[in-house]
Design a protein around this ligand. Structure first.
Ligand code: DON
Length: 311
């Protein structure tokens, strides 16, 4: 394995290579606020088991975590309900788009997994339970801040408002879920919380620190057991990149969750928590250069969980 000095240089090299790439993908534009972000941004940060953290590029710049926040709500829901979650959401990968309405109708209102939008909306509905939206968002923020050891993590209300106005597919999904009795609260209440937790802003440095408990080398906040962590990492590997999950596992080989803000949180159990941010997306809605950077890192350090390390 490479030394940490090498890791520092490796990140700088990857950052330079990504910055030089001509094809940076397309910044999400179905949420107008996200379309304002420059595709030229790139940041990366890695936390190791020994407590060291290394970063490169725009690792201290805040970005909209979007679907990476589905990891936060999944962790809280699993901590609270355990296997009860699986009565309302499946845990199988999907070949459909992350916001497919068609798939939800075919599956009679049971989303395939907690990372597609419909599954995350159901998970949010469960986390909301009998609390108010403000209390629930407070709980989600406390959970992230505790895991990341950082109080300075907030929601961007402009992004949440922008998605509330333009997120028509999510409204359709919520109404479908409701029609199949798989949404307890009014659509507006659950989606209000969902849009706001998607609009949480974090830096790569904060996100990598958040992921330490999933990598198994920091104390787990709340009720997230080792068993739950194993489940979350398995879901990240099989479903974290939607219909691009197979390709991501093939190329990178690390459990990871993407967001349309261009962020990816990748967890190498026992070894590293990695966050990368590059706003341009590929056609499945995952960060184009973020994936490329993680592939380069994984190859250079033999970090794929499928790599025997040559033994
Ligand atoms: O619900 C949505 O469409 C967004 N708030 C989040 C989707 C997302 O990040 C998909 N990820 N790559």
């Amino acid at each position: 394995m490479k030394t940490t000095v090498d890791l520092e240089q490796t990140l700088l090299d990857i950052c330079a290579d990504m910055t030089a790439c001509e094809d940076k993908g397309v910044v999400a534009n179905y949420i107008p606020e996200l379309a304002k972000v420059s595709p030229d941004r790139f940041g990366m940060s890695v936390c190791l088991a020994d407590g060291q953290q290394f970063s490169a590029g725009d690792a201290a710049t805040r970005f909209s975590v979007q679907s990476v926040s589905k990891v936060f709500t999944l962790a809280i829901a699993l901590g609270r309900y355990g296997d009860g979650l699986w009565r309302r959401v499946g845990r199988e990968p999907s070949t459909h788009d992350f916001n497919s309405v068609q798939e939800l109708e075919v599956r009679r209102g049971i989303p395939p997994n907690p990372f597609v939008n419909a599954g995350a909306i159901v998970t949010t509905d469960m986390v909301l339970a009998d609390s108010t939206p403000a209390e629930t968002l407070g709980e989600i923020l406390r959970f992230i801040r505790q895991a990341a050891s950082d109080e300075d993590i907030l929601i961007d209300p402009a992004v949440a408002a922008s998605e509330k106005l333009s997120g028509h597919k999510n409204w359709a999904l919520a109404h479908f879920l409701k029609s199949f009795q798989n949404l307890k609260h009014p659509c507006e209440r659950t989606l209000g919380v969902y849009f706001h937790h998607c609009a949480i802003e974090m830096t790569c440095e904060q996100l990598a620190r958040f992921g330490r408990f999933l990598a198994g080398f920091s104390k787990s906040p709340n009720l997230v057991s080792r068993e739950n962590i194993r489940s979350i990492n398995a879901l990240m590997m099989t479903c974290g990149h939607y219909n691009g999950s197979g390709e991501f596992a093939y190329r990178v080989g690390i459990p990871a969750k993407s967001g349309v803000g261009g962020g990816i949180l990748a967890i190498l159990p026992g070894k590293a928590s990695i966050a990368v941010w590059a706003p341009g997306l590929n056609k499945q809605g995952n960060s184009l250069l973020g994936t490329k950077a993680l592939e380069a890192l994984s190859r250079s350090l033999d970090w794929s969980v499928f790599d025997s390390g040559g033994q």
